[in-house]
Design a protein around this ligand. Structure first.
Ligand code: SAM
Length: 376
């Protein structure tokens, strides 16, 4: 399907050309790049990648909108779900938010935690993008001092054991995905090469055992092999990543929200092209090797893989459900009624009802987005 995408500005083209040069140099030095490495560079190459550079990513002027960017309803309901855990842990509780985006979630969550008398001793943001960190800092320093003083930025998960809540909205979908294909029963991995004037193109190379084993594990769990020509994504690094980010969480909850499916649904026969997507100015398309550094790249999450990784890291899966069900089970009606009563005029009330529709309707975020809670 052809999608007409808006043309990048000349400044954007120039920026993308610099990043493409950077990636070309790596290909020249190392040979074909696994797609996951291409994605990593396109998104996070220092100062150049989509998330590392200064491009407006969120909201109407950006490329996509996330639940916390729609308004405060999402963050307030999530906060109601996690507040009891933080309160139980008490004075030394901590909260870590991975990939805080514009800081919208942190702001609304901290205000609600203060309102519910459940503020953690520290609220840490682990944000790899220097640009987003700066935006978060500017936003969160506007909070009342007794809240703002609890906010910190960390470069990596804490080395020491800690207790509290780890939260990540739309972070797993941004992890560099490995693209694989099946040919004559063998597993191939998609690599990216430089085709000169034609930009980057992908080729298949026999998969290394790390990737092949991850695909074989999926097939074993499905109870059948994936068909010849089948192409999809996998995150072979997920168990290590989960161990790294949650390993120190000795007591509390890790809550992940993202679009995705359980494994049987993810690797359905008819989903033979995978779930990888590029988003450019609110248009989703599959030309993931174009507009390098100017568009978001994401893949859906295999929640069965997440459950396996979390279990291996010592967690119990406390729940997996749709975002709509999660929000309704965590005070959506109360939050909506309070916000509705506080709304100054009809325009605010209209925006509020639109926000709730976007968050909950099946054709919007309500069903595609899932919430997984892991406890220890
Ligand atoms: C789609 S945005 C979501 C932002 C925010 N959570 C929201 O819902 O608006 C993805 C975020 O994840 C961050 N991110 C990507 N990889 C990460 C990682 N390995 N650890 C922590 N954050 C990461 C990005 O920099 C960005 O802030």
């Amino acid at each position: 399907m052809r999608i007409d995408l808006p043309e990048p500005t000349s400044a954007e083209r120039e920026h993308s050309a610099t990043l493409q040069g950077f990636i070309r140099n790596e290909i020249a030095a190392k040979g074909p790049l696994p797609f996951s490495r291409f994605m990593e560079l396109a998104m996070y190459a220092p100062g150049l990648g989509y998330y590392s550079a200064g491009k407006t990513k969120f909201g109407a002027a950006g490329d996509f909108i996330t639940a916390p960017e729609l308004g405060s309803v999402f963050a307030r309901c999530v906060t109601r779900a996690i507040a009891p855990t933080l309160r139980d842990i008490g004075a030394h509780s901590q909260m870590i938010e991975l990939g805080g985006g514009s800081g919208a979630f942190a702001e609304d969550c901290l205000r609600e935690l203060a309102h519910l008398d459940a503020l953690p001793a520290r609220y840490s943001l682990l944000e790899p993008s220097a640009d987003l960190r700066q935006r978060q800092r500017e936003r969160l320093q506007q909070l009342p001092a007794e809240i703002a003083e609890r906010v910190h930025w960390i470069d990596r998960p804490p080395d020491d054991d800690w207790q509290g809540v780890l939260f990540a909205n739309e972070v797993l979908d941004a992890l560099p995905a490995t693209r694989f294909g099946i040919r004559d029963g063998e597993v191939f991995e998609e690599h990216v090469i430089d085709a000169g004037g034609e930009g980057f193109v992908s080729i298949d190379l026999p998969a290394e055992s790390f990737t092949a084993n991850a695909v074989r594990h999926i097939e074993r769990d499905l109870g059948h092999g994936l068909a010849d020509g089948y192409r999809s994504e996998v995150l072979p690094q997920l168990p290590y990543w989960i161990q790294a980010v949650c390993g120190g969480l000795q007591r509390g909850m890790a809550l992940f929200v993202d679009y995705g499916y359980t494994r049987r649904e993810f690797y359905r026969e008819d989903r033979h092209g995978g779930t990888l997507m590029a988003t450019y100015r609110h248009r989703a398309h599959t030309d993931v090797l174009s507009r390098v550094g100017l568009q978001d790249l994401t893949a859906f999450v295999d929640f069965s893989a997440l459950a396996e990784a979390a279990t291996r890291a010592g967690f119990r899966i406390a729940g997996l459900g749709t975002q709509a069900d999660f929000l309704m089970a965590n005070g959506l009606d109360v939050v909506f009624a309070q916000a509705y009563a506080a709304a100054g005029d009809e325009a605010v009330r209209y925006r509020l009802s639109q926000e709730v529709k976007r968050l909950t309707l099946p054709a919007e975020m309500g069903e595609t987005f899932k919430v997984m809670a892991c406890e220890r």
